[in-house]
Design a protein around this ligand. Sequence first.
Ligand SMILES: C[S@@+](CC[C@H](N)C(=O)[O-])C[C@H]1O[C@@H](n2cnc3c(N)ncnc32)[C@H](O)[C@@H]1O
Length: 213
Amino acid sequence: MAQNTSTAVMQRRAEPHDSLDDFPTPPWATRALFDHLQGVLWWLHTDSDTCREPAANRGHMVRPLREFFASVEASDIHNYGAGFPVQDYLFGPDPAPVDWTVTNPPFRLAEQFIERALRTSRHGAAMIVRTAFLEGVGRYERLFSQHPPRIVLQFTERVVMHKGKLAPKGSTATAYCWIVWTSDHKGPTEFGWIPPCRKRLERAEDYQLQAEG
Ligand SMILES: C[S@@+](CC[C@H](N)C(=O)[O-])C[C@H]1O[C@@H](n2cnc3c(N)ncnc32)[C@H](O)[C@@H]1O
């Protein structure tokens, strides 16, 4: 049988069990979330809110979050050289509450990240995950049925995440969505699409910052 070696299929995000899941999020995908939420959540005032990014990696999500929030607290379990405190988000007692928790959690720990984020976020929590994360009986029973998200926002454009770096070019076979919980919402979960917006929200300096370290 012929082997499928297309670039898209080969860039599927499959990582060993003990991996840190080092896949930075392109900044436009974080801008897309709050760009969209500003039209959905009438009460949203991120410019006076605090935010936590607990798996901050090289800061590619922290920087766009700082464009929206009054303050953003960042840390990661590994030091990627961005100057954030090194901290295991899942270790020890819950951290002090913030208004929002927003991250791209390590896949194998995503449920634990979400549970801690829900306990420690006054207004809401948003996680970008592979869309496949939405399925699964166990996850439904443990998480989604207990804590129905406010909205699931599916990207219409592919969000390309490469291991260990941001890349302005490339393709992927993996679909991503944002799952958003808000403290005022007990269900049902709304579904929406994030219309094409990469061109509008992507900036050349998103990639230059990385090149400069
Ligand atoms: C998918 S990357 C996301 C990085 C960043 N949030 C972004 O979107 O650019 C997952 C990150 O989770 C971090 N991580 C893994 N386990 C962690 C833990 N227990 N506590 C804090 N960070 C963790 C990894 O080091 C990695 O940087």
